[in-house]
Design a protein around this ligand. Structure first.
Ligand SMILES: Cc1ncc(COP(=O)(O)O)c(C=O)c1O
Length: 278
């Protein structure tokens, strides 16, 4: 498996980063995951746009995000991933320098890593029959709009979900359902979608934005508004959106049934439209 690291295409086993890398020491960097369907990256431009925004927010010099799409294409070729399911992983950190909280000296090159790997899709019944979710307190910082590699709260939340037999953990802050550990959350009331507004408390998912587009095309109203946890249980449908999650019906939250406990018609229409848009 060939990967890209700092200007070179190298076998993954030979790829080396410094132990002084700020990604390793401080989680000082950003990342993106892009889904590849039948060898074609999906929504790459939107992912790269968000990566530029993240770099800007963290004041990391752009090491050449414009060139990453071509690098991803070459990795798909070199690794024979032009058919079937795959993902592209991109990570950029503030680079390697002796450990100190302050930024490294000007001119320290950011570390750029890109990998293309086969992707094992979720079992089809997850999308067909729906999944369970578990609510957890949101212990993250308040810049969740940046796709930072600092994911410890997300890791712990997802593990808690797994141990509870659930697919996803839903972060709740001050009684409001914000998003999942790696997905955004939508609820359906009277045929309209409600999801938390894009602000510093959630990641504005690329799939979330795609859902907005598809809902517009299908004539499904979308409202960006807080969803109190007790109101989530009165939704007729709940679903998740995410790059690898796609559009995933949620039929149970904290062991309680949502709607009639089956994926609802609005979610299913969006799932079909999403598939067709790929
Ligand atoms: C915290 C969080 N929210 C939402 C999402 C969904 O974003 P996207 O649709 O861009 O994959 C992710 C994706 O990893 C995430 O980590």
């Amino acid at each position: 498996m060939l990967v890209y690291l700092n200007g070179e295409f190298v076998p993954q086993a030979e790829a080396r980063i410094s132990v002084d890398d700020r990604g390793f020491l401080f989680a000082d960097g950003v990342y993106e995951v892009v889904r590849v369907y039948d060898g074609r990256p999906f929504l790459m431009d939107a992912h790269l746009r968000r990566m530029r925004q993240g770099l800007h927010a963290l004041r990391i010099d752009d090491p050449g995000v414009d060139g990453l799409a071509a690098i991803a294409e070459r990795l798909l070729d070199e690794n024979r991933l032009r058919s079937g399911d795959a993902t592209i992983y991109i990570q950029i950190t503030r680079g390697a320098a002796p450990r100190a909280h302050v930024f490294p000296p000007a001119g320290t090159p950011p570390t750029v890593y890109v990998a293309a790997k086969p992707f094992q899709p979720h079992p089809p019944e997850y999308h067909r029959d729906g999944v369970a979710a578990l609510t957890v307190p949101d212990t993250r910082w308040s810049r969740c709009d940046i796709k930072s590699v600092s994911l410890l709260a997300n890791v712990l939340a997802k593990q808690a979900a797994k141990e509870a037999g659930a697919f996803e953990a839903l972060f709740v802050r001050d009684g409001i359902v914000l998003e999942g550990s790696h997905s955004n959350v939508f609820a359906v009331y009277d045929g309209a979608l409600v999801t938390y507004p894009a602000c510093n408390y959630i990641l504005n998912g690329i799939t979330r934005q795609k859902v907005f587009d598809l809902a517009g095309q299908l004539g499904i109203p979308v409202v960006e508004a807080p969803i109190p946890l007790d109101r989530l249980f009165t939704a007729s449908e709940v679903f998740l959106s995410g790059t690898t999650t796609e559009i995933m019906p949620v039929t149970r939250v904290d062991g309680r049934e949502i709607g009639d406990g089956r994926p609802g018609p609005v979610t299913q229409r969006l799932q079909r439209a999403y598939r067709e848009s790929i």
